[in-house]
Design a protein around this ligand. Structure first.
Ligand SMILES: CC(C)(COP(=O)(O)OP(=O)(O)OC[C@H]1O[C@@H](n2cnc3c(N)ncnc32)[C@H](O)[C@@H]1OP(=O)(O)O)[C@@H](O)C(=O)NCCC(=O)NCCS
Length: 419
């Protein structure tokens, strides 16, 4: 193993003249190949928020690292939409790795957020081993699924349910479907923690074509009172032959009622000339398993989804609901944002209420790292499981059970899109 040469670097906000070099670092780091769009095109719209982007520059003022954030709005337990910093574009030039460039950028980004940004940051990690050290914890989970279409029969109950939907299905281009998709998405936004508000750029990113990817097919269910659901998918043609081998890759299925949900799945599972249905991100647990006679043909794998970082304990806990009343003192460690460290008295007066959080010197009931508070923040990673893993330590009998019941949330958090 070679030891990297010592080097000095600075982390500072992106300036206009850094943009070209910054994009080169990003494109190379993610292995995206040749960059076709001009710098202005890439920075147009909100695909990169230039004013939320940091760069690391070396002694020659060359850009050697980048870190950015989207200004997201995410549903918290209880249904409120809260601002969240969607961290992404964390890249370091291969020539400057393993000498602390990422660490310096992540610390600067969190310091900036703590000084007046969002109370919570979230990200999708390319590698599991990277972000725990900065106080992020795994806050939601997803299942990539693969369904054998030859064995995807519905139960009699599911067949009846789908048949009872009064909606008719309409195939549309993403552009034509957009007003319907927006209405449906806005309608379900508050139902599940982790759901993100979407603007036109985000819809385009999810459903549009480009980089060799065709635009999605969109099927919209429209009932007597308006749209009630949609499915977005892309078909990958199989090899020529007598037996179909094509794949339908489902982007997402969204419905406002169980009958439309069943109807849309029946549509997808009945597409002809295909052998397999895949979907990268299904919620855990997935209601689809309960529509199928043979759910074992729905091969599912448990994967991590969002990593969450509580940037400001007081504000973050005051901006989500808790499932049960609780009155506890937490002793929190935080090696990156010192203002979070120490003892906090957390009081939730009633089920469904938010927490009032105050500094205290009282004896702690529980000790935990801020990464574990992040993991528990969307209600999908139970504190009692973190306690079994030795990450949450109980000092008062019953405190883990009480905290776990309060922090957990149903339905479980799910974020359909990777950002
Ligand atoms: C991941 C990446 C940003 C790390 O940058 P870096 O400047 O080399 O990271 P640092 O030197 O600050 O490393 C900090 C720590 O993280 C560890 N680390 C770095 N990359 C890691 C990886 N891919 N997996 C696990 N640990 C990693 C380092 O070993 C170091 O550990 P230590 O503090 O115990 O010594 C860089 O390798 C990269 O650009 N990779 C490709 C793009 C990517 O995956 N980005 C992440 C997007 S989510």
């Amino acid at each position: 193993m070679t030891t990297p040469a010592p080097s000095s670097f600075d982390v500072r906000p992106l300036e206009r003249e850094d943009r070209d070099q910054a994009l080169d670092v990003v494109w190379r780091a993610f292995g995206w190949g040749y960059r076709q769009d001009s710098v202005d095109d890439v920075f147009a719209g909100r695909s990169i928020e230039a004013d939320r982007t940091l760069v690391a520059v070396d002694a020659s003022s060359d850009v050697v690292g980048t870190a950015s954030a989207y200004s997201l709005r995410m549903t918290m337990p209880g249904g409120d939409l809260q601002p969240v910093a969607g961290v992404w574009m964390v890249t370091v030039a291969p020539t400057h790795r393993r000498r602390g460039v990422m660490t310096a950028m992540m610390r600067r980004q969190l310091a900036d957020l703590a000084a007046g940004g969002e109370a919570v940051a979230a990200l999708w990690a390319t590698e599991a081993g990277v972000y725990g050290r900065y106080g992020y914890g795994i806050a939601s989970w997803r299942q990539p699924i693969e369904v054998d279409l030859s064995r995807a029969a519905f139960t009699p109950h599911a067949r009846d349910l789908a048949a009872r939907s009064p909606a008719r299905l309409h195939l549309m281009s993403p552009d034509d479907a957009l007003p319907h998709l927006t209405a449906i998405h806005d309608g379900i936004l508050g139902a599940r923690p982790g759901t993100l508000a979407r603007d036109a750029d985000r819809w385009q990113f999810l459903l549009g074509g480009g980089d060799g990817r065709p635009p999605a097919e969109v099927v919209v269910a429209i009932g007597p009172d308006g749209p009630t659901g949609y499915a977005a998918y892309r078909v990958r043609e199989g090899k020529p032959g007598l037996v179909p081998t094509g794949v339908v890759a489902v982007q997402e299925v969204s419905a406002t009622d169980p009958a439309t949900h069943a109807q849309l799945w029946r549509y997808l599972l009945d597409l002809d000339l295909l052998s397999t249905l895949v979907c990268e991100s299904r919620p855990v647990p997935d209601p689809l398993a309960h529509l199928l006679v043979d759910h074992r043909r729905m091969h599912a794998r448990l994967d991590e989804a969002l990593w969450v970082r509580v940037v400001d304990v007081e504000r973050a806990l005051g901006a989500r609901a808790f499932a049960a009343p609780v009155d506890l003192v937490l002793d929190v460690t935080d090696d990156v944002v010192p203002a979070n460290a120490g003892r906090w008295h957390v009081v939730v007066a009633e089920a469904g209420g938010t927490a009032v959080v105050r500094r205290t010197d009282a004896r702690p009931d529980l000790s935990l790292d801020v990464g574990d508070l992040g993991a528990a923040h969307l209600g999908a990673t139970p504190l009692h499981v973190l306690a079994l893993a030795g990450r949450v330590v109980e000092h008062t009998s019953g405190a883990v059970a009480a905290a776990s019941a309060a922090w957990s949330w149903s339905p479980t958090a799910h974020t359909a899109e990777i950002f």
